[in-house]
Ligand binder design. Sequence first.
Ligand SMILES: C[S@@+](CC[C@H](N)C(=O)[O-])C[C@H]1O[C@@H](n2cnc3c(N)ncnc32)[C@H](O)[C@@H]1O
Length: 231
Amino acid sequence: MKPRLLDLYCCAGGAARGYAEAGFEVIGVDIEPRPRYPYRFVQADALEYLGIFDRSRFAASFDAVHASPPCQDKCALTVGTNRSRGWGGEHVDLVGPTRKALDRLGLPYVIEQPNGKAPVRKDITLCGELFGLGVIRHRNFELGGWTMPRPAHRAHRGRVRGWRHGVYHDGPYVAAYGAGGGKASVAEMQQAMGIDWTDVREELTEAIPPAFTRYIGGQLMAHLMAAAVAQ
Ligand SMILES: C[S@@+](CC[C@H](N)C(=O)[O-])C[C@H]1O[C@@H](n2cnc3c(N)ncnc32)[C@H](O)[C@@H]1O
């Protein structure tokens, strides 16, 4: 039987695909309908969903958890946008309550956030260049109840293509967020991140490249196997 990973705030499953490729059976939870999510899916508020479990029932249902709480008010790329639209001030931060719920339930977990003001411990930071991708997409991962070696950051091969402050830059990476200003088309985002099962722009701009979680998932799998042998 494959170990089961609960994928909270799953969107269309960029993270999910990497964990599945690392050998996990993945079950996703998102508050929005996500018909393109490629694995078992539950439409629910993530915190309400966690609230139905006690430790023993949770351990009987899952082996590990990944969570990507939305970060619209904390993300360096969208703080300006939020302010210009009058958002941000009253936006609820879901990282703290998610961590608290996962600590209560006791399984090994991963919480992911982009660079910015998000309050996660940066146990691991991944960059697309480590996997030869066409995006940089720095992402931070807090590891709860387990650990893995920190990979070294690889120097970028060049710039992210697009307009910044009135100047056009070419480069080997595309910007897989927002729109306009030379940012990636849907097809370019799919290609650059290795995601071919959704062509919804919003889902692509939210996604983690599967290569990131394939890498973490391999280490998480090794941790679970070592823990099972030690029991
Ligand atoms: C950053 S995206 C996750 C991206 C995903 N990990 C991937 O790699 O494709 C955040 C997701 O959280 C969902 N979301 C927002 N609030 C939520 C809540 N309270 N409960 C569950 N999902 C929620 C959004 O609909 C969105 O799909």
